[in-house]
Design a protein around this ligand. Structure first.
Ligand code: DX5
Ligand code: ZN
Length: 222
């Protein structure tokens, strides 16, 4: 399977969100990454349910919702109702992670767990079999456009090894500082879903950038 590209609408032009969503809908993007920040778990506030529900009208692509919020259990159903297909919560925000993962699945969504850059992959060994996805943060969550943290490659190797032992179907997503220069190395390290915010929306031609991220081998040849 080729890897998947999930552009983050955090980097979209919010005053032209319909235009940007329609662009993503026509592009080779696989999922739409939706970054929810509460100003508590992370030092920034992004957007909430009304924006998500409005966005849902302009694309049929899956919404990959990344919850950077405290107490996510309180809002899982509301995110499902606002159009989430996949919900990823942070390990660091969930004292009862097993319960939270089951609640996401009971809503009919795919369940993911995100790890901050300092959180070791080994902490997932007793939950990994229950997960659809692990999201490895390659920047500290809270803002787009940050510098990629190099230790991510080692963490991807670790999670890939754990998934081969305990959950071979696990999807492994990388989020933060992904671009056309590091994506091939990240694929080689074990990731198969790539979030890209500024790399897509700051480029002159976002659909072409998405295509280049999806098929980097074509770029190397050209
Ligand atoms: C950061 C978010 C990311 C962000 C990525 O907290 O989780 O999804 O949008 O942005 P870039 O690709 O610009 O690093
Ligand atoms: Zn994200």
């Amino acid at each position: 399977m080729n890897h998947l590209i999930a552009p983050s609408i955090l980097a979209a032009d919010f005053a032209n969100l319909q235009r940007d969503l329609e662009m993503l809908d026509k592009s080779e993007a696989d999922w739409i990454h939706v970054d929810i920040m509460d100003g508590m778990f992370v030092p920034n506030i992004s957007f909430g349910f009304p924006v998500m529900s409005a966005a849902r009208k302009y694309t049929s692509k899956p919404f990959d919702v990344h919850l950077m919020i405290v107490e996510p259990d309180r809002y899982l159903k509301a995110f499902k109702d606002a159009g989430a297909d996949r919900i990823t919560v942070h390990y660091e925000a969930c004292p009862h992670l097993h319960r939270t993962v089951q609640a996401i699945k009971e809503l009919g969504c795919k369940a993911g767990v995100a790890l901050n850059p300092h959180t070791p992959v080994t902490l997932l060994q007793d939950i990994i079999a229950d997960l659809d996805l692990v999201l490895i943060m390659s920047v500290n969550p809270g803002f787009g456009g940050q510098k990629f943290i190099e230790n991510t490659y080692k963490k991807l190797n670790d999670i890939k090894e754990l998934s081969l032992q305990k959950n071979p179907n696990l999807m492994i997503e990388v989020d933060g500082g992904v671009d056309q220069h590091n994506i091939t190395k990240l694929v080689d390290a074990g990731a198969n879903v790539f979030v890209a915010g500024s790399a897509v929306f700051s480029s002159a031609n976002p659909p072409a950038t998405i295509s280049n991220l999806k098929y980097p081998e074509k770029l190397l040849q050209s």
